[in-house]
Design a protein around this ligand. Sequence first.
Ligand code: IMP
Ligand code: MG
Length: 178
Amino acid sequence: MKNDVKNVLYSEAEIEAKVGELADRINKDYEGKDLLLIGVLKGANVFMCDLMRKISFPIQIDFIAASSYGHSTESSGVVKILKDLDYSIEGKHVIIVEDIIDTGLTLKYLIENFKSRKPKSLEICTLLDKPERRIAILDVKYIGFPIPDEFIVGYGIDYAEKYRNLPYIATLKESVYS
Ligand code: IMP
Ligand code: MG
């Protein structure tokens, strides 16, 4: 797997430090409140596991799995919910936990969908953000690393469902795609 990596963008240590910073902010902002973290599967799985263990008060977690219709590399904005939340979010303080925001179309759909379920508050926490590619206007409260428009994998994020288990964030060699 390491032979397929072109460039490491963020090492395990850099990711851990950044996740700690995000958790510190969440600890300050939500201390004493009922907080529900919603992880967007599958990509946010690894980030969610690390983030929640750095939160210092009891929280709840849930997961949603969503996929964009249309071809695989570009988000179409039409989102299909493959696995819905297990519980109601009505009256709860909710943070959606995402791996990466690209066009923003997937999250835009999820935000609108969740708003109709009447949470007490609703924010977004993403590890990675590609602002250059944004189509949907989103108000993202917690951002780990803004990154340029490059295709990356690792730390939960895939190429063709593989490389999610790379412990760092990296680009892949061109030969992997051909
Ligand atoms: P969007 O914001 O609706 O365009 O879609 C975001 C989703 O696209 C992410 O949750 C990822 O699943 C996928 N994605 C975007 N950029 C990358 C990337 O660089 N590598 C792997 N998946 C990506
Ligand atoms: Mg995702």
